[in-house]
Design a binder for this molecule. Structure first.
Ligand code: F3S
Length: 399
């Protein structure tokens, strides 16, 4: 790789040990992927924040980087942690876990990282612009950034995202290059989709077709309009089931009008979506002892809807409302939080039902999220039931 003189001085250790380590990580990565140079990034999002994923070894690495004088050079935020940082007890989090999780957050804080823990940084002030080079790690957010915002990022790991934060740089390969942002599978969507469950099912169906055909970047046509909430649901599902980091959507995403249409084509029917929804449930409503909305983290409009549905009702099952702390603060100001908490539902701010340490604690999860179903089964060993958003709330309150 060709390094500028300032990059070389970082590598030589002239900006401290942590910056040197960060530069070593980026040079190693760039060498593996044949990058010819570094590019400056405007935004970073770091995953691997839950102590459940990091463990002692991960915490030690972060502590060493903070002790080594590491300081974020660009706007950097975090993926969800393993608990609500302010209210771990409400969610039944073990005190020892809470202590270790706080040490993780403190290490990031020392490095100047914004300790907003969310998988929707684009709803919480970390919003890159079209064409920006960035280094994000959370798979659903990476897909959203590349596709919907038109920013450019690979799917970073925890260490490479931190390295980008501490240097303000990332190696130029993969989705940073225009040639790798060309679609290779045309998808005709022959069905109306307008809700989070439908977009999750669509993401799963297309994701599995990508895996089967070794394609990686779909171009969707046939969808006239979509809300931001639907787009975030689609991104989470497409990334989970297809490993995709980007898509184009005709008339909706910013680069769809400037790329050539792929020759290979598939279509998606109503029956495909119904099959996908059916495949995501193996629990009956009677088995549900855990309900969660907010994968990816909820927007303020979604929280407003939950408050409307829960007004003067009582929830009968553990019900987690997962969102970013800035969104929760708006919900407090609007009075939504009071309505929701009066029902017995719990805010799981800064965290989610996947990264919190809850394996074995519940039998079966009800949710509207295809991604949450995948990880509830594979990570936490829960049975799952996927339902439309409003029906999830209704089930939470059912006697
Ligand atoms: Fe976000 Fe957790 Fe889902 S990180 S995308 S809410 S699995």
């Amino acid at each position: 790789m060709k390094l500028t003189s300032s990059e070389q001085s970082m590598l030589a250790g002239k900006h401290g040990k942590a910056t040197q380590k960060a530069m070593q990580i980026l040079v190693a990565l760039g060498t593996i992927y044949n990058a010819s140079r570094m590019v400056p990034v405007t935004s970073v999002q770091i995953a691997g924040v839950s102590f459940d994923n990091l463990g002692e070894a991960g915490l030690q690495f972060l502590t060493e980087m903070a002790d080594g004088g590491g300081k974020a050079r660009v706007l950097t935020s975090l993926n969800p942690a393993g608990m609500d940082i302010e209210n771990p007890d409400v969610l039944g989090i073990d005190p020892l876990f809470a202590k270790n999780q706080r040490r993780v957050i403190a290490a990031f804080d020392r490095m100047g990282v914004l300790t907003t823990c969310t998988c929707t940084p684009y709803l919480a002030g970390n919003v890159p612009s079209l064409g920006d080079h960035i280094a994000w790690a959370e798979s659903s957010a990476v897909c959203y950034a590349n596709s919907v915002l038109g920013a450019r990022t690979n799917r970073e790991g925890g260490p490479s995202a931190l390295a980008a934060a501490l240097t303000g740089l990332t190696p130029e390969y993969g989705y940073h290059l225009g040639e790798n942002r060309q679609p290779d599978l045309l998808v005709d969507v022959q069905v109306n989709v307008s809700s989070s469950i439908e977009l999750g099912a669509l993401g799963k169906t297309i994701g599995e077709r990508l895996q089967a055909s070794s394609r990686r970047l779909p171009y969707l046509r046939g969808i006239p309009t979509l809300s931001m909430e639907c787009l975030k649901s689609f991104c989470a599902s497409l990334a989970t089931y297809g490993g995709a980091a980007m898509f184009h959507m005709q008339g909706i995403t910013p680069e769809a009008g400037i790329v050539p249409l792929p020759k290979e084509q598939i279509s998606i029917s109503q029956a495909d979506l119904e099959d996908a929804v059916e495949s995501l449930s193996d629990a009956s409503p009677d088995e549900i002892d855990f309900v969660s909305l907010g994968c990816p983290h909820l927007s303020i409009d979604e929280i407003a809807r939950i408050a409307e549905l829960l007004k003067d009702r009582r929830v009968r099952r553990e019900f987690w409302i997962t969102t970013a702390r800035p969104t929760k603060l708006i919900a407090d100001q609007r009075g939504y939080s009071q309505v929701i908490e009066a029902s017995g539902a719990k805010f799981a701010t800064d965290t989610c039902c996947v990264v919190a340490p809850i394996r074995g604690r519940f039998r079966a999860l009800a949710t509207d999220s295809a991604k949450a179903c995948y990880y509830a089964a594979s990570k936490n060993r829960f049975k799952t039931l996927i339902l439309p958003f409003d029906e999830v709330v209704a089930l939470a309150t059912r006697e």
